[in-house]
Design a protein around this ligand. Structure first.
Ligand SMILES: *Cc1c(COP(=O)(O)O)cnc(C)c1O
Length: 387
């Protein structure tokens, strides 16, 4: 196939009679049929065509085709949000009595699904600690169906070995589902290492400019068919407008990702030399405990840097208060650098033990490194650190 950059720019819906250069926006909820026979054949799925935008739309199809090519996947379906993708994918494939084995370090709402909602349908889970992947096999039961993980993890930026996860999934006949949000399709392709399905929150680096929400699942065609049929009935579809925005964003993903990663590595190197910093975690820093694995499975280190500020919760809060332009916001993967302090915000409800198990220490700071000039980002962090 073509190179990544060419896929990003040249995957496009067929031109209309107006010969537009850039893909137009198809704001239409439904599509018309030539005659009764066309209508019958369309509903019988004897033809591949658009019927209703809850099922497919040219803009969402372009977005799906692009990400599928980028990830080396057979098929995909696009969702209104990343969480709609996570929920619908799991709900479509699991039945009452099934069991999930997952890394403990998953996105907060995914943790919420596993702990609050799936038990209502008798779907259970077991967590493994990302520091102890050798324990995974001991958690697998006869009713385990899915092995689920994110890498790099949020917010601790730990790395799981995708090849190892792929081998375990194969050996135990489990579906391996990877939330690849932090890496983007440009930096890491889990299907190469044995993943059956790959999920993205497109809200993050795929949009990359903090504008729209979106999600997507790509992978094995038969599994996607199940997910599609579930979603066609339950209605979590991505809007054509957001699909259009996201497909445009993908045209520049390679150049944006390169610059984000270049800036992030510089920020990580700067932090490593600072006296008020206990430790720094960035996948492409030699000091990262899983540096070799990161090098094996990622093109570059990503845009998220985690570090521990000396002085615990209070120091973390003070640091956040002294930032001049880095944003205090819950998003990540934006052109604007964003800094969060999980212990006093997103993870403040966890007990100390739970927080540590999820990789959240009291002075942990997560930086989503943006596209401002790296000298300015570093100056802002330095000033806040020295206060
Ligand atoms: C943000 C995020 C999600 C959820 O995506 P939304 O688009 O906010 O619903 C899922 N997984 C990871 C790793 C995320 O960062």
């Amino acid at each position: 196939m073509e190179n990544f950059e060419t896929i990003a720019v040249r995957t496009q819906t067929e031109r209309t009679q107006f010969l537009e250069h850039s893909t137009p926006l198809y704001l239409t909820s439904s599509y018309v049929f030539e005659d009764a026979e066309d209508m019958r054949a369309s509903f019988a799925e004897e033809k591949e065509r658009n019927i209703y935008s809850r099922f497919t739309n040219p803009n969402t199809s372009e977005f799906v085709e692009k990400i599928a090519k980028m990830e080396g996947a057979e098929a995909g379906y696009a969702f209104a949000t990343g969480m709609a993708a996570v929920f619908s994918t799991l709900a479509a494939l699991l039945s009452s009595g099934d069991h999930i084995v997952s890394a403990r370090s998953v996105f907060g709402s995914t943790h919420g699904l596993f702990t609050k909602y799936f038990p209502k349908w008798n779907i259970s889970h077991s967590y493994f600690n990302v520091q102890e992947p050798e324990t995974i096999e001991s958690l697998i039961k006869p009713e385990t169906r899915i092995l689920f993980a994110e890498t790099p993890t949020n917010p601790g930026v730990d790395i799981l070995d995708l090849e190892y996860l792929g081998e375990i999934a194969k050996k135990h006949n489990l579906l391996l589902i990877i939330d690849n949000c932090f890496a983007t399709p440009y930096l890491q392709n889990p299907i190469k290492f044995g993943a059956d399905l790959v999920i993205h929150s497109a809200t993050k680096m795929i949009d990359g400019q903090g504008r729209v929400l979106g999600g997507i699942t790509v992978g094995n065609a038969e599994l996607i068919r199940e997910i599609y049929l579930f979603s066609r009935n339950t209605g979590p579809a991505l809007s054509p407008f957001n699909a259009w925005v996201l497909s445009k964003s993908l045209e520049t993903l390679p150049v944006r990702a390169e610059k984000h990663c270049e800036n992030a590595l510089k920020v990580a190197e700067f932090l490593e030399a600072e006296a008020n910093v206990e430790w720094v975690k960035y996948p492409f820093l030699k000091s990262h405990p899983q540096y070799e694995i990161a090098k094996k499975q990622m093109r570059l280190g990503g845009n998220i840097v985690a570090f521990e500020i000396k002085g615990g919760v209070e120091a973390g809060r003070k640091f956040i208060d002294h930032l001049k332009f880095c944003s205090r916001s819950a998003n990540l993967g934006d052109t604007r650098s964003i800094v969060t302090h999980p212990a006093s915000t997103t993870h403040s409800k966890l007990s100390r033990e739970e927080a540590l198990e999820a990789g959240i220490s009291e002075g942990l700071i997560r930086v989503s490194v943006g596209l401002e000039h790296v000298d300015d980002i570093i100056a802002d962090l330095k000033n806040a650190l020295n206060n």
